[in-house]
Design a protein around this ligand. Structure first.
Ligand code: AGP
Length: 598
């Protein structure tokens, strides 16, 4: 999740921009930059890595006195983390910073002079398009308005230009942007934290809002019409601001899933196909099997992916736990694609397994959330999950974006052979993911109330069939790692092969009961448990009369949408139980966010 700051006024602009970017570091980034327009001169400074690098590089720019400035921390999605790809991006006399993804940037780029482009980013088209529009519009704001009218996708934009040296142009579509004021001073940021202690009042831009700001003046538009800003006082708690008002980073990241999954899909799910700009079909030529290798939650995503790939693409696929794979002397056949899945890109076991595949000359693909990480640098190709930084040790949005990407990969491999109607149903279901992952307030409140019943007992079984078996594993892991209660994920069909011996009222069974896949089978498994007096909590679109508790999900057209909704329920249930137990949800005992040692 990139970060944006902006300022108009007469304080030390560089200081405000840098301090503002520091407040956004928690969102994660791999490069940063600032641009300042003062006394008709444009100054820019960009650096890869931590803000210290930027601070050292920009020691000589900026000075006291009036000016306008913009700053950005970048989490790479299009183009590697390099200085050229860092924001702000430069035209001939304008600079732009941008959060989000310009989905139609390739089309726009074709209209513009290719010699002007120096980066691999989607963002750069904005500033070149603006300067071309400026040749058609004498008024810079009209040029800016014409520019954003051409953009498709998600964006929070700040643009400064010599054509309007006291102005910042801004726009918001599906990516947060806040404007604040204090007397003549104007502040911008992509979240509250940088504005705390500076702005007296703020307006949270809504989708489709855009405009320009000058000293003491913010002029707002929507659909071409002038509108009034609705200012409100600013929260003063920085920690609360970093958590976006949520109690924990984990809670914030659960709620963020609806937004970030949209970025995972952006530019990849087309009307009639899946397209990966990072891949071409020749990469998969000769591949006759796929090995998905990972640890923990990422392994659960990989196991889900193995079902999807076999079912949709008819390619043999198996999921491997990296720490096992490394020592089992696996058969590494040259026509096998090796897929390393990792949120951090630094997990030692997964990295070593990837090295084994590379030594055996297998083609390798990384599914990762951190560009430039060790696994990304080693793999032949990478698909980024674009989940933004995940602060909570218990993985949530990284998991759901991994599964979404694996679903897309399965379709990408299958789409030439799939019947058009099947492909259309899959694509439409994928596009429904941002809605499916929205947290209904009444659902969260129901789970919070229910959680008080599950604070003891001698253990939990999470059971599911087919793709809901890996999800059952994930639900058990979520609960274990933050509540410290014992839980096991199990294939529902396996209960009668031993585990049902544990069934009694103190054995809590969380049953994943999708309507769209093997419902009758899972129903009979749960009936067997109920007959032995196990305490059952059913997660399903319809109530199950034998369950002691029931958590509803919405009826869905596709079992994968039920999967994502159940993932949401499992994440919230684990969190609410852990909260009741008084545990540190974000930093559970004995755990690290990235296991970089064996
Ligand atoms: C999941 O909630 C845990 N944080 C852990 O299992 C994690 O998924 C595992 O360590 C793998 O990490 P990675 O995705 O960064 O490789």
């Amino acid at each position: 999740m990139c970060g944006i700051v902006g300022y108009i006024g007469s304080r030390n602009i560089k200081e405000f921009l840098i301090e503002g970017l520091k407040e956004l570091e928690y969102r994660g980034y791999d490069s940063a930059g600032i641009a300042i327009l003062q006394d008709g001169a444009l100054h820019i400074c960009k650096a890869v890595g931590k803000l210290e690098n930027l601070i050292n590089k920009c020691a000589s720019i900026g000075h006291e006195g009036f000016g306008v400035g913009i700053g950005h921390t970048r989490w790479a999605t299009h183009g590697k983390p390099t200085e050229l790809n860092a924001h702000p991006h430069l035209g001939e006399f304008s600079y732009v910073v941008h959060n989000g993804i310009i989905e139609n940037f390739k089309t726009l780029k074709e209209e513009l002079d290719p010699d002007r482009f120096v980066s691999q980013t989607d963002t750069e088209v904005i500033v070149h398009l603006f300067e071309r529009e400026l040749r058609n519009h004498s008024d810079p704001f009209k040029a800016f308005e014409a520019t954003i009218a051409r953009l498709r996708g998600s964006f929070a934009i700040l643009l400064i230009t010599k054509a309007a040296p006291d102005t910042i142009f801004f726009a918001r579509e599906s990516s947060p942007l806040i404007v604040g004021t204090k007397g003549e001073e104007i502040f911008f940021a992509s979240s509250d934290a940088p504005l705390i202690g500076h702005a007296q009042q703020v307006h949270y831009l809504a989708d489709g809002e855009y405009g320009f700001a000058r000293p003491g003046e913010v002029v707002l538009f929507h659909d071409g019409r002038r509108i009034e800003a609705s200012y409100q006082p600013l929260t003063i708690d920085k920690e609360l601001a970093q958590k976006g008002g949520y109690r924990f980073f984990m809670e914030k990241e659960i709620y963020e899933q609806s937004e970030v999954i949209g970025e995972t899909l952006m530019g990849r799910v087309k009307e009639d196909r899946i397209e990966f700009e990072e891949l071409d079909r020749t990469f998969f030529e000769g591949i006759d099997s796929i090995t998905l290798c990972a640890c923990g939650t990422s392994f659960h995503a990989g196991l889900t992916g193995s079902y999807l790939i076999e079912r949709l693409a008819k390619i043999p696929a198996r999921a491997e736990i990296a720490s096992e794979f490394r020592y089992k002397e696996p058969l590494l056949r040259p026509n096998t694609l090796f897929v390393a899945i990792s949120q951090s890109g630094e997990t030692a076991d997964t990295l070593e397994a990837l090295k084994m595949a590379k030594r055996a000359n297998l083609k390798t693909l990384a599914i990762c959330n951190v560009d430039n990480s060790s696994i990304v640098r080693l793999a032949d190709r990478t698909l980024l999950t674009r989940a933004g930084i995940e602060k909570g040790v218990a993985s949530t949005k990284a998991f759901t974006t991994q599964v979404a990407l694996l679903w897309m990969l399965a379709l990408y491999l299958a789409q030439r052979e799939l019947p058009p109607s099947t492909l259309e149903r899959e694509l439409q279901s994928l596009l429904h993911l941002p809605t499916a992952l929205r947290v209904p307030p009444q659902l969260h409140e129901r789970i919070r109330r229910l959680s008080k019943r599950y604070l003891h007992g001698h253990g939990f079984f999470f059971i599911g069939r087919d793709i809901f078996y890996p999800l059952a594993l994930e639900g058990a892991l979520k609960l274990k790692e933050i509540s410290y209660l014992h839980a096991e994920g199990y294939p529902a069909g396996e209960m009668k092969h031993g585990p049902i011996a544990l069934a009694d009222p103190e054995l809590f069974t969380i049953a994943l009961m999708p309507k769209g896949l093997l419902y009758d089978k899972i129903k009979s498994n749960v009936e067997e448990l109920s007959a032995r007096d196990a305490t059952i909590c059913a997660i399903s679109p319809t109530p199950f009369e034998l369950a002691d508790d029931y958590i509803p999900i919405e009826e869905q057209e596709h079992p994968m949408l039920e999967y994502f909704q159940m993932a949401l329920v499992l994440q919230l249930l684990a969190m609410e139980i852990a909260i009741r137990l008084g545990n540190d949800v974000d930093m559970p005992r004995n755990l690290a966010k990235s296991v970089t040692v064996e």
